[in-house]
Ligand binder design. Structure first.
Ligand code: FES
Length: 116
């Protein structure tokens, strides 16, 4: 499970292939998945955010340095070839600042229209 460190800094998550949707929160230090679900953004998370499935993957296009280092779960999936170098698990990646992300094609819902 990812370490959560709450602080007063703002976080802005831009989802580039969901119409540049922005998710804004005033309390940096939570997982990307927590912010996404709180903002009612449909985001796959088959294992319920326990770091066991990889369906919550996001491609990090900007602000990777604003995320806490990868967790043991992410390292394990990366070593197994199930997590690309530019991807993080949203249930594990704790945001400390602004990031831009994309939904990988195989993690997209059929009922949502994604940009290319
Ligand atoms: S929700 Fe399953 S690994 Fe993140």
């Amino acid at each position: 499970m990812a370490l959560t460190v709450s602080c007063k800094r703002m976080v802005k998550i831009r989802i580039e292939n969901m119409g540049q949707k922005e998710v804004v929160a005033k309390d940096a230090g939570r997982t990307l998945l927590a912010y996404l679900l709180e903002s009612r953004t449909d985001w796959m998370h088959a294992c319920g955010g326990k770091g066991r499935c990889t369906t919550c993957r996001a491609v990090i296009t900007r602000g990777g340095d604003q995320l806490q280092p990868e967790t043991v779960a992410e390292r394990k999936f990366r070593e197994q070839g199930l997590l690309r170098e530019d991807e993080r698990l949203c249930c594990q990646a704790v945001a400390l600042g602004n990031v831009a992300i994309r939904v990988p094609r195989d993690c997209q819902f059929p009922h949502i229209r994604y940009d290319l």
